[in-house]
Ligand binder design. Structure first.
Ligand code: PLP
Length: 624
């Protein structure tokens, strides 16, 4: 468990069984039940869902909604806060219908609502929610149609808020509300000066592209007052950025927002709701660092600090406590999904065999590299390294000029690898490492070729260097003896994982087991339920992976609630506007010409055409 740090980033729901399998502890109505991820993957295989597959574990959505709501409820009751908490899940964080409908279904008991950033997302929220106690928060730029949809929800009695992003929206809201004869619920998005640490620092502070300046706030208040609609101003919203690693930033932001809350009350707005946006961080590496992949606070602390700060800010002024809304996305769904994939092959930077002495009359460079190999010792590591690289490059040069043969070059490459591996073995015995050798173990790490696409399934790993926890889901009773990076199926130099979450700080290589012939080696990338699925792209035309939602029942059995086959090749071709019928017709002509030319028989033509058709219907990933 320490090798991969899963005790730290596993948020108490992952462990390793005595058989060496990753176990998931899941809340059910009858208490916690434990299942093996390997058993889940086996069940998926039996149902025809091959690797790679995105597994969503529904119990974990329920677990996160419960713990967020219960943590706020506890803080509210312990601190004597006089208003409730209302969550609003931001649909953009995972728009998949099964995820949103599970949030709406399970969240109903907590009046957990939804946040919509576009018309499409609002239509989802309108159809998924039927609890009038829940809030619907409409963010983003809103045209008349968007506003009309939200107003219709108000007509139906829902607490549907328009968070104003720009003053230009206000006259449209006023005009449409009057036309439809309904009172809108209006919120204002603040631009706070509080700046946050971490990757999303730019969402906060003066240069944030979101939020209203103080002059715009005043302008909007005046416009609403002039239209006799100040009573519609019910909510103050701010969003400091996603994945805020430092709790002190959150406290500062809440305190600053409360100042605006007070001033807007003083202006005559009724308010009643304070919306804290997102930002509750996920602990991706278990390090508690404030650099971006972790957080220096617990969820309980987050809730207590918010409730306490609002109370402390408003009590001296006798202002009634607002309903606290948060739009936590990442923390609600990151845990729910695991990407499972298999390893297809391994490339090792190891000599293929123990080097033997060359012929005496061989080329000098060959003789010298052999001498360097023989003389590696703990006292000469830097020198041996220099020789290995120098003579290897010299041999490459000689090969380029035609002075040595392919076999001689292969000999030298093998000896050079043997020298470097000898050095790697001796490095731990060194008190101080020469700078050039510090990264040698990483440079000599194996490459494990994996059956998935970083661009499709883990876009943030490529785009913003997001670090995710990765580990084998079985064989964990055996010590992993190799160190590796992971290359995906795309032939792109960015299509790899070479930074792995670990509580001691991200590691450049991952400890892995050697492959056993005839046995699959399965790995999981954890905490991928937030943002990854929809942001993924079709690089190299690898499409959506297979997806399965599972739910563990109170009796511990696994129910395969929902199975979705990933894109076929035909699907992805149609996304880039190929007409697969036309492709087939064209290819049939090529095959027919080959028949006419006598290259193939008609029977062979039929077989080739059938293979083409099968190919179109196949999975875009490597199939067994
Ligand atoms: N609310 C708004 C307005 C956002 O822009 C975002 C995402 O950045 C969120 C909520 C979700 O944030 P998080 O996933 O950090 O909870």
């Amino acid at each position: 468990e320490e090798v991969y740090g899963l005790n730290q980033w596993g948020a108490d729901y992952l462990s390793i069984s005595s058989q060496g399998e990753v176990m998931v502890q899941l809340p059910t109505e009858a208490g916690i039940r434990e299942v093996s991820l390997l058993d889940i993957s086996e069940g998926l295989r039996q149902r025809g869902l091959e690797m790679p597959v995105m597994v969503r574990i529904e119990n974990l959505i329920d677990g996160q909604i419960t713990s967020l709501n219960e943590s706020f409820a506890k803080a509210i009751s312990e601190l004597g806060y006089q208003a409730p908490y209302r969550g609003a899940f931001p649909i953009k964080v995972n728009q998949q219908s099964h995820v949103v409908s599970e949030i709406a279904r399970f969240g109903n008991r907590y009046h957990h609502g939804l946040e919509a950033g576009s018309k499409a997302e609002l239509l989802i929220a309108m159809s998924m929610l039927d609890n009038r106690e829940s809030v619907i928060i409409c963010n983003g730029y809103k045209d008349e149609e968007f506003i009309d949809l939200g107003l219709q929800m108000r007509k139906l009695g829902f607490k549907c808020f328009f968070v104003v992003e720009t003053p230009a929206e206000v006259p449209v809201i006023i005009q449409r509300a009057k036309a439809l004869d309904v009172e809108p619920y209006i919120g204002l998005r603040l631009k706070l000066s509080t700046q946050v640490d971490g990757h999303w620092a730019e969402d906060s502070g003066d240069r944030s592209i979101f939020g209203l300046s103080v002059t715009q706030l005043i302008q909007i208040v005046d416009t609403l007052r002039d239209a006799d609609m100040l009573s519609a101003l019910k909510l103050v919203h701010f969003h400091l950025g996603s994945q805020i690693p430092n709790i002190r930033n959150i406290r500062d932001g809440v305190r600053e927002a409360c100042r605006y809350y007070v001033e807007l009350i003083n202006e005559g707005a009724p308010l009643g709701y304070l919306d804290l946006g997102g930002g509750l961080a996920v602990d991706y590496d278990g390090s508690s660092s404030t650099e971006g992949h972790s957080r220096n606070y617990s969820q309980e602390e987050y809730c207590v600090d918010i409730v306490e700060t609002v109370k402390e800010s408003l009590d001296p002024l006798n202002i009634p406590h607002p309903v606290l809304v948060s739009e936590s996305g990442r923390a609600t769904v990151a845990h729910t999904s695991v990407l499972l994939f298999n390893i297809l092959d391994v490339s090792r930077f190891m000599p293929t065999h123990e080097p033997q002495a060359p012929e005496e009359e061989d080329n000098d460079a060959i003789l010298n590299i052999w001498t360097a190999y023989q003389s590696v010792s703990p006292l000469t590591l830097q020198e041996s390294y220099n020789d290995a690289i120098y003579y290897r490059d010299r041999v490459r040069d000689l090969f380029g000029r035609g002075d040595i043969s392919l076999r001689q070059r292969a000999y030298a490459e093998n000896v050079s690898l043997a020298i470097l591996q000898k050095i790697v073995k001796l490095l731990p015995s060194q008190k101080r490492l020469p700078v050039e050798l510090e990264n040698l173990p990483e440079q000599m790490a194996d490459i494990y070729y994996a059956n998935f696409s970083v661009f499709q399934s883990l876009p943030d790993a490529w785009a913003i260097n997001q670090v995710f926890p990765v580990m084998p889901i079985h064989r964990l009773q055996e010590e992993p003896t190799r160190r590796a990076i992971i290359a995906d199926l795309t032939c792109d130099c960015d299509g790899k994982l070479d930074l792995f979450a670990h509580p001691d700080g991200a590691k450049e290589t991952l400890p892995l087991h050697t492959l056993k012939s005839g046995e699959e080696y399965l790995l999981g990338v954890f905490l991928v339920g937030a943002y990854q699925e929809t942001l993924g792209d079709l690089h190299n035309l690898f499409g959506d992976t297979n997806v399965a939602s599972v739910r563990v029942q109170p009796d511990g059995s696994i129910e395969y609630v929902h199975e979705l086959n990933g894109d076929t090749i035909s699907d992805v071709l149609s996304y880039v506007e190929y007409d697969t019928k036309e492709l087939f017709t064209r290819f049939r002509k090529t095959a027919e010409t080959a028949v006419k030319e006598g290259r193939i028989t008609i029977q062979e033509r039929q077989k080739i055409l059938a293979a083409f058709k099968d190919g179109l219907e196949g999975y875009t990933y490597f199939e067994r």
